[in-house]
Design a protein around this ligand. Structure first.
Ligand SMILES: [Zn+2]
Ligand SMILES: [Zn+2]
Length: 282
């Protein structure tokens, strides 16, 4: 099977080390392709995105590395682009002109009621608590509804290739701290969103980044969601969401066996400039 990862952050955004360091590790590990997906700039000050000023450098550098390593590994140029309701998203004009090889569409931030502020659901716990209190009347059910609605809007109104960390809203829910994933309302929000996803050609990712950073006990999305996705024939890929070169294949072996248990037999990769499938091998 093709060994690949397209969800990689380096020091241009909130990762550690330069892209070339990651490529060297990918070569050691026998990767077939490695894609870079810095967090795209957002229109307010944030320390976890690549800055508007540095974006051209980042894109140029990946182009140069692509050329430099072309005989040894395929290198791809991408961005992880936020859906910011009413402001921007993966197919906003400013990104469409960048000639990316691919884009990951992600919901990290949710609008705060009666304000022009956004708060991250995967950032400090206090941000999530503030959002819960100020915008969703303390109800995780309403917050979940809001989160999955944003994802559905992004899927319906934007073009992109990969859906980032489907159930990121569970990041701060270790040991069911905030809600029970088995709640009927949560399951409904998830299934509704999978139905929306199934009507697009966007690829769902299994993302091991919550595990490598110690935030979650399992992959994004949780195995029961993966099973439901498989039943709906939703295309799947495996990504690490690496913020450190050591993590480009974090938990891959375990994730592959979970994916197989959920009924998937093949995974998507960008290879030879096209989206192709290869059979899962354990
Ligand atoms: Zn992300
Ligand atoms: Zn990411």
């Amino acid at each position: 099977m093709l060994l690949t990862n397209y969800h990689t952050h380096c020091e241009y955004c909130d990762g550690a080390g330069m892209p070339e360091d990651y490529i060297e590790v990918a070569l050691e590990k026998g990767f077939d392709a490695l894609g870079f997906s810095s967090h795209a700039p957002i229109p307010f000050e944030k320390d976890w995105t690549v800055s508007e000023e540095e974006l051209p450098d980042y894109l140029d550098l990946i182009d140069r590395l692509k050329e430099k390593y072309k005989d040894r590994i395929e290198v791809y140029k991408g961005l992880e682009i936020d859906y910011l309701k009413g402001i921007s998203g993966p197919s906003s004009e400013k990104f469409a002109s960048l000639k990316l090889d691919y884009a990951i569409g992600s919901v990290h931030m949710m609008p705060v009621r009666n304000s022009d502020k956004f708060l991250a659901i995967d950032g400090p716990v206090k941000d999530l608590q503030e959002l819960l209190k100020n915008t969703y009347d303390g109800s995780m059910e309403l917050l979940s509804k809001g989160y999955f609605q944003l994802m559905q809007e992004m899927l319906q109104n934007h073009k992109f290739d990969i859906l980032g960390h489907f159930d990121l809203m569970k990041k701060r829910n270790k040991n069911n701290l905030l809600f029970d994933e088995e709640s009927p309302w949560y399951r409904n929000h998830v299934i509704e969103t999978l139905d929306t996803l199934a009507g697009t050609d966007v690829i769902l990712e299994v993302n091991t980044g919550g595990l490598s950073r110690g935030a979650t006990d399992t992959i994004y999305p949780s195995p029961w969601i993966l099973k439901a996705a498989q039943e709906k024939n939703i295309p799947l890929m495996l990504n690490a969401d690496a913020h450190n070169k050591k993590h480009i294949d974090f938990y891959y072996r375990e994730a592959l066996s979970i994916i197989k248990e959920c009924g998937y037999r093949e995974l998507y990769s960008l290879y030879g400039g096209k989206w192709v499938t290869s059979s899962i091998e354990l």
